[in-house]
Design a protein around this ligand. Structure first.
Ligand code: 5GP
Length: 188
């Protein structure tokens, strides 16, 4: 694996990390997206194998037992998400790899890859704004929305151990800052 080849975007749900990830991938065609595995059901606009590898809980457990996951977390009760070892290995052959994962997973990736990984924490401008964005996104039912909000505080506390914090107040500015830091890290 080449040095300095992994960039991780992490954030509380609703901070805009996935939007920023898509914009980074558009701007840096060499960059490869690591498609995670998850046990949550697909949203209407999501495609299996593109946004996630959607797995049953049994299949996910089997992948854990086979040692196929570089890291995984039960991000919400009963909902598992994990980075596939094979995915990261294959994608790093093609170019630098972008991961969009939760904060605990991001810190585990940092522990594994050290200076070869850059972990950027995307922060919402405020908790009120985060709640407003999550509600208006309309992708979550009441229970899932509450589960996401319940996690925010503990996620925000981990921002300081990430390599840098990008505040997503203005989306274009946040994308620019993410791109600048990514290019600098990757020597692009
Ligand atoms: P969502 O359900 O909104 O797509 O994702 C929920 C959370 O799980 C997000 O913070 C997302 O970044 C995170 N996530 C997605 N894939 C992975 C993964 O492979 N590992 C970990 N630890 N978290 C992930």
């Amino acid at each position: 694996m080449p040095d300095h080849s992994i960039v991780v975007l992490t954030a509380p749900s609703g901070a805009g990390k996935t939007t920023i990830a898509h914009r980074v991938l558009d701007a840096l065609p060499a960059m490869q997206f690591s498609v995670s595995a998850t046990t949550r059901p697909p949203r209407p606009d999501e495609t299996d194998g593109v946004d996630y590898h959607f797995l049953s809980t049994e299949k996910f457990q089997a992948r854990i037992e086979a040692g196929d996951l570089l890291e995984y977390q039960e991000v919400y009760p009963g909902r598992y998400y994990g980075t596939l070892r094979s995915e990261v290995e294959a994608k790093t052959e093609e170019g630098p790899v972008l991961l969009d994962i939760d904060v605990n997973g991001a810190l585990n990736v940092k522990r594994i890859f050290g200076d070869d990984a850059l972990v950027l924490f995307i922060a919402p401008p405020s908790l009120e704004e985060l709640q407003r964005r999550l509600e208006s996104r309309g992708t979550e039912d009441v229970k899932s929305l509450q589960a996401r909000l319940d996690r925010v505080e503990q996620e925000m506390e981990k921002a300081e151990v990430c390599d840098a914090v990008v505040v997503n107040d203005d989306l274009d500015a946040a994308v620019e800052e993410t791109l600048t830091r990514t290019r600098q890290f990757l020597d692009l």
